[in-house]
Design a protein around this ligand. Structure first.
Ligand code: MN
Length: 435
């Protein structure tokens, strides 16, 4: 098994087999730069580049690792990503003295992850959120339309999705302010105020590394070559705002206030050993959606809730990426079948990932069945929706024999809405606007 001269714990998410990319700022320095995670450390790629270690690759001399995002590196394409990864794995292996035995170089290259700020890894261009989990779509459909009509007639023919908001995508650690908006009531009039039904959605997102020309399509068989890597995604959702606004054009302000992602992008090459088959698709998809071979990955996923007054977080959800009905390749093929162009930096999220068990449902809406089955917490409290001060953390990893390829975590705390912010938006004001 490949090993690094850097000590890496067996349960670490970041062995030499992973090497995810991120953008970080060392404490006391101002310029963000690119790095890869290895064990508890970050290897500074901008310094490696300055010293000429990438000169034999397509990234040499372009200073792409001194940029405040990975977009320029991603735009160089999959051959260059592979060349850089080969250089990195070679430099970090335990039997290579090049960095290992040069103490000064080594000191300049590595920072402790605990001592740096992790920033947004990419400049997000566009954001699409799919709805690819059959269990999630079925559960939500059952709650709102009954079991008979749970899945819409189109659902097994195309990967359903909506266009989300790129400007409010934020990196792990950024706090979330509870959104204000028009909430659905029992009647046909809304009320205005802070969302009372704030929810998370456990998702994964793929980052497009290089796109396609407007008017062209990406064939399903080539789709994965366009993916730079994967991140964890929390698609924060205000269910009471969503319930009032979503018809007829889908989610809008109930989602656009914030979407959190993990800071490390795990490259597709690191996931290859965990490739596996997805669920059988019936009916057979149309030819443009028909891939061959195994199209998904075995990624264990968890959601943890930490509430004020509880010392340990509670595991809310345990699920797996492999349960998704529609593969990433199918999502990309469908997204571009009309000639829509994708760009480096586009984020395509999976939709909530729910499994067959109650404990594998990927959001509070499903987990508590719209509040009918509140979560019982160890301190006697119950939770239906997220409350101010709660922290929600998503994590996930692929388990191999003796090592893990992990995604780290995406973690955020809910802040209250300030009372004065609700002024000027009283119920009366809303109703008079409607005339
Ligand atoms: Mn979602």
């Amino acid at each position: 098994m490949l090993k690094s001269f850097i000590d890496v714990d067996e349960e670490s998410h970041f062995p030499i087999q992973n090497l995810p990319y991120g953008i970080f700022r060392p404490k006391g320095k101002t310029a963000p730069r690119a790095g890869v995670a290895i064990g508890d450390w970050i290897l500074d790629l901008s310094i490696l580049d300055d010293k000429g270690y990438f000169n034999e690759t397509g990234a040499g001399g372009k200073r792409v690792f001194s940029e405040p995002s990975l977009n320029a590196f991603m735009n160089l394409g999959p051959n260059v990503w592979a060349e850089v990864r080969t250089v990195l794995q070679d430099l970090l292996r335990e039997d290579n003295p090049e960095i290992r035995d040069q103490a000064d170089l080594r000191d300049s290259l590595f920072s402790r992850q605990s001592g740096v700020d992790m920033l947004m890894p990419v400049e997000i261009r566009d954001y699409t959120d799919f709805y690819a989990s059959e269990q999630h779509a079925t559960n939500v459909g059952t709650m709102f339309r009954g079991r008979e009509n749970a899945l819409m007639p189109n659902w097994k023919h195309l990967p359903v999705g909506y266009h989300g908001r790129a400007s409010s995508i934020i990196v792990s650690g950024t706090e979330i302010k509870r959104p204000l908006g028009q909430r659905k009531t029992e009647g046909d009039q809304p009320e205005f105020g802070p969302s009372m039904r704030l929810d998370f959605e456990l998702e994964m997102g793929l980052v497009i590394g290089h796109g396609n020309e407007s008017g062209s399509r990406i064939p399903v068989e080539e789709a994965e070559e366009h993916i730079f890597g994967l991140v964890l995604v929390n698609d924060w959702s205000a269910r009471d705002i969503q319930a009032w606004e979503y018809q007829p054009l889908g989610p809008f302000l109930s989602k656009s206030f914030a979407t959190s992602i993990s800071p490390w992008i795990v490259p597709m090459a690191a996931l290859e050993p965990f490739r596996t088959a997805g669920p059988k698709q019936d009916p057979e998809p149309l030819p443009y959606l028909k891939g061959s071979g195994d199209q998904t990955f075995d990624i264990h996923l968890e959601a943890h809730l930490k509430i004020p007054g509880l010392s340990e977080p509670v595991v809310v959800t345990e699920t797996n990426f492999r349960t998704l009905y529609w593969s990433m390749a199918q999502q990309i093929a469908h997204h571009t079948v009309n000639g829509c162009n994708l760009n480096a930096g586009d984020l395509l999220a999976s939709g909530t990932i729910s499994g067959d068990e109650k404990t594998s449902r990927g959001c509070m809406l499903e987990r508590t069945w719209r509040g009918e089955e509140p979560l019982q917490l160890p301190n006697g409290e119950k939770r239906v929706w997220l409350e101010d001060g709660d922290e929600l953390r998503l994590t996930g990893w692929c388990q191999a024999d003796g090592y893990r390829v992990g995604f780290g975590q995406v973690n955020s705390r809910i802040l209250p809405t300030q009372v004065e912010e609700t002024k000027g938006g009283s119920r009366d004001a809303v109703l008079s606007e409607k005339g």
